[in-house]
Design a protein around this ligand. Structure first.
Ligand code: NHO
Length: 361
């Protein structure tokens, strides 16, 4: 290896991780210099790496990893390994692990850059957020997390550009969950009456749009995490994703269900509650949205009603929409819209971030 080699360590090889590896393989062919060398790949159970940092073949990394009998090293040991690499190193964290997220400050201090779609580090405690960006500023190592909000859509980069160019962001509003988008676009469509709530949840689960336990989408926490990230970037020191009002769509009586299956079984008896919410909107439609009023320091997540002519009401499929209201843009917000979930589009945001980091190393 020479100094013009960049060493890449991939943690997590699930839905997003697999798509990312395909994109990395193609990127390495398209951009031969600097050389992109995969030196480490791991899931929660297995790892693949060579003590001499020699490259892992990108064509069959997943298969070779599956056949590996090596357990992953501790995260501290991983950072030590990467900090001694004969060139700059980047961790691509494709997990949703809190433990991995909490390693970012140590990695950054050691000069290892971070690229990730994992929301945990940026929506956890405000202290962790500060530790991450202070460590990055001190060492010069980079940290990018575009896909932590809106998958590959340019949401975070757009907000950063607005803030850094001196615009004043007054309000951010939108639909931030692919799951919630799908559910409400089919439960309360602009035309027609829509299906039963529990049926739509079942359909979303079958299509793979929900988490394995749909309560993890319906409790609003995923959206709250995304709002926490955007609010902090807009300058509000939000303490945590539970420090502002978040409306959960899990009926009180079903919060204690012991499994997702039990929850799905009992959900139909609560369809009437959702029907009433839909009916009470009158000529408008209900949607599950998040909003940040920067001036009033007000962040909230929950159901709101929208006029049929509003762009939020007209969303399709599992798309996300994010509107930025700013001083420059006046009363017509800057709007970002499109697919907000899925392996390929989420990985695209990760790969784009990787390209940005490589350009700065
Ligand atoms: P998987 O498929 O569960 O894969 C996780 C991988 O991490 C597995 O290989 C597991 O073994 C490994 N892993 C876990 N803990 C580990 C550890 N401690 N050490 C080593 N390996 C470990 O998860 P996904 O779907 O591939 O997601 C990966 C990351 O991308 C997560 O942080 C997720 O939140 C993020 N992400 C995914 C999506 C998506 O569409 N799949 C999106 C954004 C970010 O925009 C998307 C989104 O928000 C979807 C959301 N549900 C919505 O809007 O409705």
């Amino acid at each position: 290896a020479s100094a013009s080699t960049i060493f890449i360590a991939v943690i997590g090889a699930g839905g997003v991780g697999k798509c990312f590896l395909t994109q990395l393989r193609d990127l390495a062919v398209r951009r031969p210099s600097p050389k992109l060398s995969l030196c480490y790949i791991a899931t929660s159970r297995k790892a693949l790496y060579n003590d001499d940092y020699s490259a892992i073949n990108l064509d069959n990394a997943i298969d070779v990893l599956a056949a590996s009998s090596k357990a992953p090293p501790t995260l501290t040991d991983l950072v030590a390994y990467l900090s001694k690499a004969p060139g700059k190193a980047i961790i691509v964290d494709n997990t949703s692990s809190q433990d991995v997220a909490e390693t970012y400050p140590t990695a950054l201090k050691a000069g290892v850059s971070i690229v990730t779609p994992n929301k945990k580090a940026f929506s956890g405690s405000y202290q962790l957020w500060q530790d991450i960006f202070q460590a990055s500023a001190a060492s010069g190592a980079k940290v990018y997390h575009e896909s932590s909000v809106g998958a590959g859509l340019p949401v975070i980069s757009t907000l950063k550009d607005l803030v850094e160019t001196g615009d004043e962001v007054t309000k951010i509003e939108g639909v931030f969950s692919g799951t919630m988008s799908f559910l409400f676009n089919s439960f309360a469509p602009l035309t027609g009456s829509g299906g039963k709530w529990s049926e739509e949840v079942k359909k979303a689960k079958a299509l793979g749009y929900t988490e394995p336990d749909p309560r993890d989408d319906l409790n609003g926490l995923d959206v709250a995490r995304k709002l926490t990230i955007l609010a902090r970037l807009a300058g509000l020191p939000v303490e945590s994703p539970t420090s502002f009002p978040v409306e959960s769509l899990i009926p009180k009586e079903l919060e204690s269900c012991s499994s997702g299956d039990e929850f799905m079984e009992k959900l139909p008896s609560f369809d009437q509650q959702m029907e009433e919410k839909k009916a009470s909107a009158g000529d408008k439609v209900i949607r599950f949205v998040g909003s940040i009023d920067v001036g009033a320091k007000d962040v909230k997540v929950g159901l709101q009603t929208f006029d049929p002519s509003h762009p939020i009401a007209a969303l399709k499929g599992s798309d996300n929409i994010i509107s930025f209201y700013t001083k420059r843009y006046g009363s017509n917000p800057l709007i970002v819209q499109g697919a907000g979930a899925g392996g390929d589009v989420t990985a695209m945001g990760v790969t784009a971030d990787l390209i940005k980091v490589i350009g700065q190393l």
